[in-house]
Design a protein around this ligand. Structure first.
Ligand code: NI
Length: 227
């Protein structure tokens, strides 16, 4: 399942974040690429442990922890500290699959990458190219979202960032280890949860079917989730 998470940040929050980045130091993006990816990655990143990177990462954690669609779709167990990249004229990230495990820098904590996230920060009109292309069994999906919106997709997918032909594309990217490792199970739980939410709106918490379906959701989480 590829899902877009709307308005992680408002327009004014995005503007604030971009302003903070203007003074920032950008380093070569190859420093965090896996062996296969190093050869195809051309971009810049905010230094991973810089105070700005951490501060903005905290803002993303905070925004996501209050975003019901993200929680329902990702069922997050661990989130890798968000990183930030910038693609300018001619820069690109060729076809690759993300590494299965990431070690949080300076710790022994490993995050298994079940889901990959890209949070778009640049207004789409401010650059050309730079589509995130994700392959699945239905074909290739070309994605370019409004500033403040985020795409969530299975980390098992092959994907690439097409060359930017003008302007600058600034995004945050990171990975999520889900409580539910299996993509199909997680997708069924998301559908069930969305239906429970909408039935609750229509009939209230006390409706017999809402109670039964909520119970079913919780019991499937018991079967499938790990902590
Ligand atoms: Ni990637």
């Amino acid at each position: 399942m590829i899902i877009s998470i709307q308005e992680v940040f408002t327009q004014s929050e995005v503007a604030q974040i971009l302003a903070l980045m203007e003074e920032a130091e950008w380093v070569d993006g190859k420093v965090t690429a896996g062996a296969q990816a190093t050869g195809v990655k051309q971009n810049q990143q905010l230094a991973e442990n810089s105070p700005l990177s951490r501060q903005l990462g905290e803002r993303i954690f905070q925004a996501l922890s209050q975003h019901p669609v993200f929680i329902s779709a990702a069922l997050p167990l661990k989130i890798y500290p968000p990183m930030f990249n910038r693609y300018r004229q001619g820069e690109t990230y060729g076809l690759h699959v993300d590494n299965a495990m990431r070690v949080v820098p300076g710790t022994l904590t490993r995050v298994r990458t079940d889901l990959s996230a890209t949070l778009f920060l640049s207004e789409p009109a401010s650059y050309e190219g730079g589509e995130l292309c994700i392959e699945d069994h239905y074909g290739t999906h070309s994605i370019r979202l409004d500033a403040g919106d985020m795409i969530l997709y299975p980390s098992t997918s092959r994907h690439q960032v097409m060359p930017v032909t003008s302007g600058a594309r600034i995004c945050s990217f990171f990975w999520i280890q889900s409580m539910v490792r299996n993509n199909d199970q997680r997708e069924m739980l998301f559908d069930l949860d969305q239906s429970v939410q909408s039935l609750t709106q229509q009939h209230g918490y006390q409706h017999a079917d809402v109670i039964r379906l909520s119970g079913l959701y919780q019991n499937l989480i018991r079967q499938w989730a790990d902590t």
